[in-house]
Design a protein. Sequence first.
Length: 225
Amino acid sequence: MTFPEASDANSQFQEAAIDRRRVIGGLGLAGLGLLATGTAASAATSGATPKVTVASQTRSQASPKNDRIDLTDLNPEWARKQGSVLPEYTRYLWNLKLKAISPAQVIEAHAKNKGSVWNTLPPKAWWTRMGYTLRVADRIALEMNVNEVEIVSAYRCPAYNANCEGAKARSWHQANVAVDVKFPVRAVQVTKTARNLRDRGLFKGGVGGYWDFTHIDTRGENMNW
């Protein structure tokens, strides 16, 4: 079983999308801080419901890694097939103003193949889903004082996902709400930090710990494995 393409975005994932909107709406200052992307963070407790607050940054404070976007290492044929959507998607990622994740890293995670089957960029209607998840990963990097994050996997189109060893048929990567990430620290530390921030109110989703990477998604329901 595979997920539908962009035209069915509001069917299979409608319930998850509604849950995520409720989560974002309920985050208060934490959600607003996350959407601004942070330079400093602190835990703020209000009654029995702790929240994560994140100070905003100006564009001039953005990470130097975003000053130049080099896509020359992309497969030329893959890049050509993406057409005008590729530079538009690159601009979208740039405007997220992430500190530890560059647009090139995200795009390179999309531009992968399994044999003759190539992955694609996510449907445009789903871009903001990944934007939210990337900001979560970026915030986790900030908490760990890490200035670089490797995006191992992000969006997977159904055909590509079907050829990924160990991937579930209904993987959240196909919904463009999941990333597999590597930090320059032990993966178990990343997993622990991700779960801690999630439980403090940063996001609502799944965190999976593996020996060399961590899966993070914003499905709208907390899950651990």
